[in-house]
Design a binder for this molecule. Structure first.
Ligand SMILES: [Zn+2]
Length: 262
């Protein structure tokens, strides 16, 4: 069994841009998102949480016949207003990775809204505190980001936090070790691929859904159609090469230049 995890950022009605200045690449429309959910539903997919996936990996617990993981990064207000109602309409659930410093800021969910997500059966994970790339932090900052975000989420939401998603997908071995020490059982990155029993739980793969969006192509990947993976992997590879060549800061600057906030 292979599990595909999809990652979404801001999901907005119509054509307006999202809360964040630099995420126009990653912002998709509610109509596009709904058509994807509707196709997954028709094909018989059922959502699994990070926790369910890990229990399956470790203890061989059963999973739905056609599992898919839907993950949402950054805690945008649109996740509460738009994503969760659509998930419920199609009998799906999602995993929401929250950067705690962003909670309550304009365009992002509040603690109250996050508590409602928990009540509605959604899974919450950490996305660090400040949303800085974990690879750019000192050892003590890294420890602080990992432990403090987890502590705060647990305290505010009254649930156990088992999973983290790396801000910006920036990841290395030192980060993986620190994540494990901080008590997480799963770390989700943005390496294209599927997840199986043998996949390292500290580097679980996700497919970031971004512009140009095609529900067909995303569904093809969930279905395990290889050429769609190659297409996505090439796009991802180009981004990784750019990030490595330019460094995190200049990469973000270039992204802002290429996709100015409309
Ligand atoms: Zn993020």
């Amino acid at each position: 069994m292979r599990i595909v995890a999809l990652t979404f950022h801001d999901v907005v009605p119509g054509g307006r841009n999202g809360a964040s200045d630099n995420d126009a690449f990653y912002c998709i429309k509610a109509g596009e998102f709904e058509s994807l959910l509707s196709q997954l539903r028709k094909l018989g997919y059922q959502t699994v949480s990070s926790r369910q996936f890990r229990v399956w990996q470790e203890q061989g617990a059963s999973l739905p016949e056609r599992p898919v993981a839907l993950t949402f990064d950054d805690g945008y207000a649109s996740h509460f207003e738009c994503v969760v109602p659509l998930l419920l309409r199609y009998h799906f659930s999602g995993t929401f990775f929250i950067a705690t410093d962003l909670v309550g800021r304009p365009g992002y969910m509040t603690w109250e809204q996050l508590r409602k997500l928990v009540f509605l059966g959604m899974e919450i994970g950490s996305h660090g505190m400040s949303h800085q790339p974990l690879t750019s932090l000192s050892k003590s900052q890294l420890h602080e980001e990992l432990s403090e975000s987890r502590r705060l989420l647990q305290e505010q939401l009254g649930v156990s936090i088992h999973a983290i998603a790396a801000p910006g997908g920036f990841w290395n071995r030192a980060v993986a070790e620190a994540v494990q020490q901080a008590g997480y059982e799963a770390a989700w990155v943005s390496t294209i691929g599927t997840n199986g029993e043998e996949t390292n739980p500290l580097a679980l793969r996700r497919i970031v859904v971004r512009r140009p969006f095609s529900a067909q192509r995303v569904v093809s990947m969930v279905e395990g159609w290889q050429p769609a993976f190659w297409w996505a992997a090439n796009q991802q590879y180009a981004i990784r090469v750019l990030k490595r060549a330019l460094g995190v800061y200049r990469y973000e600057q270039l992204k802002r230049l290429l996709v100015p906030n409309a």
